[in-house]
Design a protein around this ligand. Sequence first.
Ligand code: NAD
Ligand code: MG
Length: 385
Amino acid sequence: MKTVTILGATGSVGTSTLDLVERAPGDFRVKALTANCDVEGLAAAAIRTNAELAVVADESCLPALRDALRGTNIGAAGGAQAVCDAARSGADLTMAAIVGCAGLSPVMAAIEQGGTVVLANKEPLVSAGDVILAAAKASGATLLPADSEHNAIFQCFAPDQADRVRRIVLTASGGPFRDWSTERMRSVTPEQAVAHPNWSMGAKISVDSATLMNKGLELIEAARLFPIDPDRIEIVVHPQSVIHSMVEYTDGSTLAQLGPPDMRVPIAHCLAWPDRMATPMAPLDLVAIGRLDFEAPDVTRFPALGLARRALDAGGARPAILNAANEVAVAAFLDRKIGFLEIAAIVADTLDRYDPPAPQTLDDVLAIDAEARTMAGERVEDCVN
Ligand code: NAD
Ligand code: MG
């Protein structure tokens, strides 16, 4: 029996995690569940799983949460600090599934208490990689990657053969605009951008998948998680999303992990690790899939990929600025304040204008993140006016 806390329990990854936990009631007990302000979804999940605690990050939603939990033994709390306290609830395993750098302080809290921290929430790792890895080393926490590509690499990467790895091949679906011209992408709407061909995900990561910034963030994520020179991490577009990534060894062997495009597969791997657990997934029907295609990514049509690669190579504060500006630009695009192509333009502009020293501490990262958001926000306003 493992105790589990889910940060971001009402989102796409959060509900997939709950689905698996609820299918194996003898194997998991829920300690805390958190959400931003989806009181209904959070309270329903807390009641179904008999959680000890439910937390809303948005404190103004706490009275409604208390109402929804009246007559139960489930504790209720609200505010950013309460989310961090929930992350320190003493669970054996904490699923980090908040979206964006809003998850950074909770992830740090979970890591500092030790135990297993499953990282779906990739933005903290991009912005604060060194700080997070140092904290995990200090506390002895085990970090497991739930992002499908990184989970695939984790399954194929033999740590004691790290110096025999020639390449990591990170696969990308290419998103909904894989074969669109730049001109055609100019008038893309939020509805078109969030309609991913293979995966059902939250709005922010869906837009990132459409700009290929998601693959850029994942490139940085892979460089943080695996001991390999970033030059040896290659990106290949694979539209079917059947191979989730590959590891190539010096002897010419390439190991790949395959599976349906359903996050419950990598999440289950993390929940059960180092064991395996059953999932409701149908066996992979390779005959029905028929063929697997691969092509090189186009950094001219998808400039976010080049921006991310350069931010990784330059290091220091660059990845945190890239991520913060992207979060602001994606939110503005979803709000219909800017066009689709302006997302990468605002990220590039913020990187051009802001060059602080490398962050050393969590507070340094949070300050850089805040300043980059302000600068990107100014550019959004320029676009609006
Ligand atoms: P989502 O938008 O569906 O859910 C986000 C969750 O975070 C919700 O529970 C929401 O209430 C909570 N949240 C939002 N803002 C918050 C805040 N300020 N403070 C506290 N909680 C807040 O997102 P998602 O698609 O589930 O993605 C979550 C994370 O997992 C992202 O970092 C994403 O990149 C990563 N990820 C997602 C998928 C996927 O298939 N959805 C795959 C790989 C990685
Ligand atoms: Mg991914």
